[in-house]
Structures are given as C-alpha cells and as structure tokens.
Design a protein around this ligand. Sequence first.
Ligand code: FES
Length: 100
Amino acid sequence: MNKPEFHIFVCNSFRVSGEPQGICNKQGAADLLQYIEEELLDRDMDGMVSATGCLKVCDRGTAMVIYPQNLWYGGVTEERIDEILDALEEGGVVEDYLIS
Ligand code: FES
C-alpha cells in the first residue's frame, strides 16, 4: 500500500449514532470533501481526505485538520481551501485561518 504524504480530515459532525448533527455539517462540510478530492487530483498532490466526527472546535467550524503537519484550520470554505492547498504545496501555512 502506498501511504499518502498527508491526510486531510474535515469535520462532518458525526455523532456516536452516526448521524451528522453539528455546525460543520450544517455549513456544508460534506460538499467540501468532494471539492478537496477534486483539488488534490487537479493539483496532483499526494494527499487523502476523510470525514470525521466532531473535532471539538465547533465555534471555529467548519473545521479541518491536516496531518502529519498538525495544522488545524477553522472557518473552512472552498475559497480558503484553495489558499490552504496553495500554501501546503509550498510547505507553508495560512496563518489567518489557523486554530491555535
Ligand atoms: S461539529 Fe465540527 S468541530 Fe464540532
């Protein structure tokens, strides 16, 4: 198995029951998964994207984490994802959207 260079986790607010109930899901996090997937392909980036349960930073949703860089981003939108992936390609970060 080829392991990706990085893994992006997007909060989709899944609860223990499996139901997506939370701010990130209500803000359209499910659509961001497809968007990121397509961006990674377009950019030929060796990354993977997955949906997660609540990341416990709901007041900063929609939340997204990138490992192994351990970057936590909040208020994620398609426009911000473009900036975040631009920075990731260069080995950088977008400080304005970081959750610290
Ligand atoms: S619902 Fe997304 S961080 Fe809690």
